[in-house]
Design a protein around this ligand. Structure first.
Ligand SMILES: NC(=O)c1ccc[n+]([C@@H]2O[C@H](COP(=O)([O-])OP(=O)(O)OC[C@H]3O[C@@H](n4cnc5c(N)ncnc54)[C@H](OP(=O)(O)O)[C@@H]3O)[C@@H](O)[C@H]2O)c1
Length: 430
């Protein structure tokens, strides 16, 4: 299908697009040796073609602000979408697929929201939609699930999928910063965008998890049904207490097979500091997969940035070039994936961390322990700190495995007690 030269139509020449352009120049000979063909960007779609850009000097790219210059050019072999957003990329990708043109994208938000429509279009027109860079930047998790672990049943998949959130939590842990200061530092260092909402509210990790669930289970888990929690509520006090028990706090994206359905969600959780995921610090990402044949398998690396993400985009381009556009996009033969059986969040079982804010008076601990006991929540460890000046003290419990339904009911009952001075803080333990 492709000629001696692979010509790309690139939509977006920002962080990732420029990263891809740099790798295509710096590794040009190596790429050509591996493929037997050269890969070049012929045309790039941008918002403002006149903007100054930090690009290698020997690139000869035609810049345009008109999407038609990509769609109407029969010489382009692959459309690479790296602009972000929803409507414009949907229009571009759907038009390209309808023409039978293969597409590579890094747009997790679009694929989480409208991926099924786009994959169906690709299948209908016998072409491909590849998306390695959409999940965990430079980490090749899509390829691993689609190819390397294709014969495994995936028992669980647990990831730290958002580098911004992980950087903020690491700084709060290591330097004792509060959330706002850590966020501002992340923005100054370029680890967080000016508008970090999707990252700190857990939606970016949720988008990626939806894509991984499709790959790992061959099921469509609607984004709107996925329980999603962010990190904005994380209090330095809980980081300190977690540390006393040997844990740190991480933003976790997880899916696991459970009786009655898939248990999936994005949530802030306590992770043992000596656990393999507890050691993933700063802007790094990691994915721990448990296959029924391979056992546990961990991928760790840079989840964002120009060159790591560009590397994943290039891998898709080269895979397409090698396979002459293999239309097997999702890793599953169905064009529209069946809906996932979803475990009701109340039925999820895990261990829990509680911080109760109480008045320092006799009998309080006994009441709390009594309510927990009545709900079959058994306490594994407890800490009570008397603070020198106040009558309010934090009481922290770590529990054995308990059902979320019971935990919710117990917290409600305890919060209604007269000795409670602030709503109870509660996290799952991984
Ligand atoms: N940044 C990362 O580390 C990373 C990691 C993984 C995945 N991703 C995904 O990769 C995609 C690109 O991210 P990025 O960080 O590279 O974005 P970015 O730096 O903001 O660059 C966006 C590029 O797209 C162009 N663009 C945006 N909207 C456009 C429109 N409506 N019409 C024409 N051109 C438009 C911009 O043009 P101008 O240059 O003229 O403004 C710019 O060149 C996103 O889907 C993102 O989620 C990013």
């Amino acid at each position: 299908m492709f000629g001696g030269l692979i010509r790309l139509g690139l939509a977006g020449l920002g962080t990732v697009g420029a990263g891809l352009a740099k790798i295509l120049v710096s590794n040009a000979d190596w790429i050509e040796r591996r493929l037997g063909r050269r890969v070049v960007i012929k045309t790039a779609l941008v918002r403002n073609p006149d903007k100054a850009r930090d690009l290698p000097p020997d690139l000869n790219i035609l810049l345009t602000a008109d999407m038609k210059d990509l769609l109407d050019d029969p010489e382009l072999d692959i459309i690479v979408e790296l602009m972000g957003g929803l409507d414009a990329p949907f229009a571009l990708i759907s038009a390209a697929l309808t023409q039978g043109k293969p597409v590579v994208t890094a747009n997790k938000a679009l694929l989480a929201e409208r991926g099924n429509e786009l994959f169906s279009l690709a299948a209908e027109h016998g072409t491909a939609l590849y998306y390695e860079a959409s999940v965990a930047g430079g980490i090749p998790i899509v390829q691993v699930l689609k190819e390397s672990l294709a014969g495994n049943r995936i028992k669980a998949l647990t990831g730290i999928l958002n580098g911004t959130a992980n950087y903020i939590l690491t700084e709060m842990t290591v330097r004792g910063l509060d959330f706002q200061t850590a966020l501002e530092q992340a923005q100054t260092k370029g680890y967080a965008e000016a508008d970090p909402t999707l990252d700190i509210q857990g939606m970016d990790a949720a988008h990626k998890l939806i894509l991984l669930i499709r790959l790992a289970y061959g099921r469509d888990y609607p984004l709107a049904q996925l329980p999603v929690q962010g990190i904005t509520q994380v209090n330095p006090l809980d980081i300190l207490f977690a540390g006393e028990f040997g844990y740190c706090i991480k933003l976790i994206a997880q899916v696991r097979e459970s009786q009655g359905g898939l248990d999936a969600g994005v949530f802030t959780a306590l992770v043992r500091r000596d656990d393999i995921l507890g050691k993933v610090d700063g802007p790094f990402n990691a994915v721990l997969v448990e296959g029924n044949a391979v056992g546990p398998l961990m991928l760790y690396g840079q989840g964002a940035g120009d060159l790591p993400t560009g590397s994943a985009v290039l891998a898709d381009i080269m895979a397409l070039a090698r396979s002459d556009c293999n239309p097997n996009n999702t890793g599953f033969p169905e064009t529209v994936l069946p809906k996932a059986e979803i475990l009701a969040p109340d039925l999820v079982r895990s261990r829990h961390y509680f911080r109760f804010s109480v008045l320092d008076r006799p009998g309080v601990l006994a009441v709390i322990a009594g309510v927990l006991g009545q709900r079959n929540i058994s306490i594994a460890q407890a800490v009570q700190k008397g603070l020198p000046s106040g009558r309010n003290v934090p009481v922290v419990f770590i529990t054995h495995t308990a059902q979320v339904r019971n935990v919710r009911a117990a917290v409600e009952e305890i919060n209604a007690q007269s000795f409670i001075t602030a709503p109870t803080v509660h996290y799952r333990i991984l």
